[in-house]
Write a protein that binds this ligand. Structure first.
Ligand SMILES: NC(=O)c1ccc[n+]([C@@H]2O[C@H](COP(=O)([O-])OP(=O)(O)OC[C@H]3O[C@@H](n4cnc5c(N)ncnc54)[C@H](O)[C@@H]3O)[C@@H](O)[C@H]2O)c1
Length: 259
């Protein structure tokens, strides 16, 4: 597999690059800024998602993509539009033209951030974005559906919670994703023969869980890391919220308060 990792200079990519290299032997990295500390087996090609020619040149060099590149938090509309809407279209269109086989898309919990925390949602619930950023992820999931159903790409959307070595606060106890578990999900998206168009949740074994991840389980996902191992220290450092705090009612946390 000739694997391309976009957003390769970013926080998530930096955490999973060693694991991808171990599993796949070589990885083509791309970003608009140079990633640090390239290893044997890693090649970097600079490209801006907003430049179709640059993205087309990238797609000629791969047959599978983990797409992490783009705006990764709430932002004004213009950068979201350029990177996550038009930029993602450039990725899918170049993938189609160059017959790329598979795309793993880094979607986000913020595509469903306006669901309250006291209900459990699955992959079949309609999106409820909490931000312009969340809307762009909902768009990205839908765009993947179009290219899967119309053009035969195999598309795997992962609604990522929060990628880190450990849950960093009370909210992350429910949505934390260890980098090893993320790579396990990516491998399902890149390798599983039944993947046509899938959307799964990207979290480790978390309590309390807000997401029913049965589709990921059906495809073989078995997270190795559990948030409850960190419960005492996380809850001691992050006291319970006061009543009526909207950022504690909804799954998207403080993103629901963004203007
Ligand atoms: N960090 C998390 O826990 C988390 C949670 C949910 C979803 N995600 C998603 O995972 C992906 C990676 O997240 P991250 O935290 O590493 O983000 P990040 O902001 O650290 O990295 C994103 C990378 O994309 C690159 N980029 C931005 N615009 C670009 C453009 N126009 N052309 C080329 N490259 C561009 C940036 O240079 C950056 O290196 C994002 O798509 C994000 O939405 C991350």
């Amino acid at each position: 597999m000739n694997l391309l990792l976009t957003g390769a200079a970013g926080g998530v990519a930096t955490q999973i690059r060693p694991l991808l290299l171990e599993r796949y032997g070589s990885v083509l990295l791309s970003d608009r800024v140079q990633p640090e500390a390239l290893q044997d087996g890693e090649t970097f090609v600079a490209a801006d998602l907003g430049e179709p020619d640059q993205i087309d040149a990238l797609m000629k060099q791969c047959d599978a993509i983990i797409h992490l590149g783009g705006v990764s938090v709430e932002a004004p509309w213009q950068p979201v539009l350029e990177a996550n809407i038009a930029g993602l279209y450039n990725v899918y269109e170049a993938a189609r033209v160059n017959k790329v086989q598979r795309i793993v898309f880094a979607s986000s919990n913020h595509a469903v951030g306006f669901y309250p925390r006291d209900i459990v949602i699955d992959h079949e619930k309609p999106v409820r974005p909490d931000t312009r950023y969340g809307v762009s992820k909902a768009f990205g999931e839908a765009l993947g559906g179009l290219y899967a159903d119309k053009h035969g790409l195999r598309v795997f959307n992962i609604r990522i919670g929060n990628v880190a070595d450990r849950p960093i606060d009370r909210r992350r106890m429910s949505i934390w994703l260890h980098p090893e578990d993320l790579v396990q999900l990516c491998a399902i998206g890149l390798e599983h023969p039944d993947v046509h168009f899938e959307t799964v949740y990207g979290f480790s074994k978390c309590e309390p869980a807000w997401w029913d991840n049965r589709r990921a389980t059906e495809l073989g996902y078995q997270p190795k890391h559990r948030s409850s191992d960190f419960r005492d220290e996380v809850l001691a450092a992050d006291p319970p919220p006061g009543p009526g705090d909207a950022s504690e009612i909804y799954q998207g946390g403080t993103f629901v308060l963004e203007p």
